[in-house]
Each structure stands twice: as C-alpha cells, then as structure tokens.
Design a binder for this molecule. Structure first.
Ligand code: MV4
Length: 459
C-alpha cells in the first residue's frame, strides 16, 4: 500500500479523498492555488504545497506543477479527483514517467473513452448496445446526408471530443441538416479545437442511467448497480439516485453485465462509470467516465462499499476481493448538489463569504462539503459548495429525509440552489419516480425557485 498520496484537486472531493487516506493510515499532500490558501483540504492534509495562482490553468490544471509537487514531497501516488486532470491521458502518462502511481485507469483507457466516437466503436465490438449512426467521424455534409437517410430523423450530431452537451445539435429533417452540421461543427471547433462530429439516432425522452464499475489489475470486473441522473439542467446534474426507479431487474442485470464486458474488453482498471440512455425498456451506450464521479456517494450508501478506498487499493495492485454475487443493493439513496447559485436569477453564480452555515444531520444524512462558516467562495472555480446525501430503507423514506435535511440546512451570505431542490423534491412527477431528461426544463414556472425559468437545449 502507498505511504503518501498527493491529492491533485480542491474542494469537497479533495476532502473526501483525504478522509479515505486518513482512515487507511496513508499520509496526504494537498496542493492549492493562492485563492485556496484557507481551504479545508489544506487544513486537513498532512502537508501542503502551493502550486500557483488562482487561475486553474496555472495551478490545478498544470501537469508540470502537480508532478513537481509530488516529486518534492515524495508522494508515491496521485489522486486526481474529478474534473481538472482526472481524464487527461497525458497527465496519467506523466505520473508513470516520474515514478508516481496515477490513481485511475490506464492512460490508454482514458484516451479511447475521450474520443466519443472511438468509445462507441470499441463498446460495440464488446457487445454493448449502441444507437444506430455513423461508423466513426462524418467526413463531410454529404456523408452526414447519407447517414441520416439510413437512420432517419430525428438524428443528433455530437462532437467527437464532446461531452456535457457542447457541439451537440438535434436534426429534425433533411432540410435542417446543412445548418445544424455547420453550427455543431463550429461549436465543436471553438470548444475542443476540432470540429469532428458523429451522428446517431435521437431519442426524444431518454433517462440517464449509469452503471458504476470497479475493475482490478488482475482481470476482475464487477458493477455496483446503477444511478439515475436524469435530473439535469443544461447538462449539469442536480439530483442523482440509486437505484433507478422502475427499472426492471432483468434490465438492471443486463446493463450491469454489458458494462462489465465493455470494461474488460479495453483492459480497464480502477473505478469508472458507463453512461447509458434508457428509453422504453431499451438502453444504449452513451459514454464512459474514466474517473471517480461527483455522485459516487449514492452508490456507497446502497452497497456499503467505500469507492475511494477501493480505487486506492486497486491502484496499489490489490485484488478486488469480492465477486459480483457479494455485492448487494440495500435501500435507496439520493444526492442533491448544492451550488452557490441563485435559482431566482437564472442560476447566476453567487460567490462571496459564507457568513453562517449549518448543514443538516441526523438519521440517514451524509454531507460531503469543504465549506465552513467564514469560508469565501471564489469565482474562479465551480460553484458546488457541497452535496447533501440521503439514505432510506426505500425511496419514500429517502425523499422524506432529503426534504427534511434541505429544510434544516442554513447558508447565509450567498444564494444557493436549496430552494430549487425543495421544489424538485415536492414535484409530483419526481416523487412518482422515473422522470426523463426533459423534466427539469419542463418544471412548471410557478411562484417558487424556478419562477425565472430554465430551458434545456437539445430536447
Ligand atoms: C442524446 C440524447 C438523445 N438521443 N443522444 C446530452 C449530453 C451528452 N452526454 C449526450 N446527451 C444526450 N444525448 C441521443 N442519441 C439526449 C441527450 C441529452 C441528455 C442526456 C443525458 C442527460 C441529460 C440530457 C439533456 C439533454 C439531452
């Protein structure tokens, strides 16, 4: 096992990883930017290194600075958290080159899954169901026309290097194709420095269901069931839950099996997530996230497995130590991402000083946060101030606890998305379960937090 791990991240996930290390008896090194001097992860770690100014590009995203910090402190491994360098194959390679273990998958797995079109091709070869579409990148508009004629309308254009909805355009008819091809390509070029696109059949009312995977370096692969992340606003997840309401056990089993097959096929190891679109009983591979995810706690609560400790043990070469049949699903869990944003002003960021803070607790409540009374939320980084996670014996108890915990939480000095979460938890469609990805965009503009409205694109 490692003696010392450097955490190449900030915020709640840096705190989460430090907590796992502390329980495992592993020393920790925090890195921080000048804006994060007073951050909780810096206080909780055994050692800390300032790696640059507030700008992410010159601190948390700088490969040489993070590698130098690991070398100087003698860390044996680096945990990248999520975001920042977590899905950067060159960073994973740079770690190995300087003799530091990257706590994540092989660089090759990151590369394959980073190319969304290549990811589809490799998963198709592993027997994972995919949506009909182009066989790789569209070479021209003529090419796009030919594919669209084959698969029919509506179709969707997606960026090879995309994710998060950028460079994505729905095409309703042949007459619409030229324009949408142009727009998607330009947007992809601007966002990813490549206009490369692929096309597939468009699903009008899909749910976002993802399978949590864990694979060791000895060929053992298991899944830890699914999460439903259909509650999203402009491709930002708001609420995640496990298990996904109303998914037939047979489908759950089939999704888990193909996800394991896909991971095995590319020689994956570490934890990871395979995302699927689910509609009318069928599911299709969308993309794979080759990192620990924000919403990992809901899976931890319904399986009793600590995913961060497991990820660290896998990186150290230990075997999984469990078989698929050992993994059981118990109860129901849900996570609300609390952001420093104003739901009354179109979710405008609300940075500033948290004058007073009281998070909820009590039965079935977990809070993962780096924020404390007096903490200053910097405008330089993402606006998530914490995650409120509820567990119950069933979905009903889970929602009741979440509502109770949201109502108990007090954050003063800044606006948060808590009122919006309370609206979601009270919405009849959400309470019923099984909402699709259009739910948040359609949420009735009443007198509550959503009064100033929200629109999702691409639906
Ligand atoms: C789709 C789709 C419908 N059909 N692909 C959105 C982000 C990117 N990861 C893929 N996305 C979608 N791909 C086909 N063929 C609908 C979406 C989509 C979506 C997916 C998951 C969660 C929320 C979403 C919101 C709008 C659109």
């Amino acid at each position: 096992m490692f003696a010392k791990i450097l955490i190449a991240n900030r915020g709640e996930i840096a705190v989460r990883v430090i907590r796992a290390c502390r329980e495992m008896g592993i020393e920790t090194v925090a890195v921080y930017s000048e804006a994060d001097r007073d951050s909780l992860h810096v206080r909780l770690a055994d050692e800390s290194v300032c790696i640059g100014p507030a700008s992410s590009r010159e601190s948390y995203l700088s490969v040489p600075r993070v590698i130098s910090a690991a070398e100087i402190t003698g860390a044996d491994a680096v945990h990248p958290g999520y975001g920042f360098l977590s899905e950067n194959s060159q960073f994973a390679e740079a770690c190995e080159a300087s003799g530091v273990v990257f706590i994540g998958p092989p660089a090759d797995s990151i590369r394959v899954m980073g190319d969304k079109s290549e990811a589809k091709r490799s998963m198709k070869a592993a027997g994972v169901p995919i949506l009909p579409g182009s066989d790789g990148i569209l070479e021209s508009l003529d090419d796009a026309v030919a594919v669209a004629e084959k698969i029919g309308f509506p179709a969707i254009l997606k960026a090879r290097d995309g994710g998060g909805g950028k460079g994505m355009r729905v095409v309703e008819s042949a007459a619409d194709l030229g324009r949408q091809f142009q727009m998607a390509s330009a947007e992809a070029e601007a966002s990813f420095a490549s206009g490369a696109l692929y096309m597939e059949r468009f699903l009008t009312h899909p749910r976002h269901i993802e399978i949590q995977l864990a694979a060791d370096q000895h060929g053992n692969v298991v899944h830890l069931f699914e999460r439903d992340c259909s509650a999203q606003r402009r491709h930002q997840k708001l609420v995640e839950e496990a298990p996904a309401p109303g998914i037939p056990p047979k489908v759950r089993k089939a999704m888990g099996k193909v996800a394991c097959d896909g991971a095995r096929k590319i020689g994956y190891h570490s934890v990871g997530t395979m995302e699927f679109l689910y509609q009318d009983g069928d599911f299709y591979f969308m993309e794979m996230n080759t990192r620990l995810q924000v919403e990992h706690p809901v899976t931890e609560l319904v399986t009793g497995i600590d995913l961060v400790k497991l990820q660290i043990r896998i990186a150290a070469g230990e075997p999984l130590g469990m078989k698929q049949r050992d993994i059981e699903l118990t109860g129901h869990a849900m996570e609300c991402r609390i952001n420093a944003e104003s739901p009354y002003a179109n979710f405008r960021p609300s940075p500033g000083t948290v004058r007073d803070l009281h998070f909820a607790g009590g039965p079935g409540i977990r809070v993962d946060s780096h924020v404390y009374s007096g903490y200053v939320i910097s405008p330089h980084y993402d606006s998530m101030i914490g995650k409120l996670i509820a567990f119950g014996k069933d979905r009903k108890e889970c929602i009741a606890r979440m509502r109770r915990a949201l109502a108990e939480t007090e954050v003063e000095g800044i606006d948060t998305t808590i009122p919006y979460h309370l609206e979601i938890m009270a919405h009849p469609d959400f309470v019923k379960g099984g909402i699709d990805t259009s739910f948040v965009g359609r949420m009735k503009a009443g007198n509550g937090a959503s009064a100033t409205g929200s629109q999702t694109e691409a639906s």
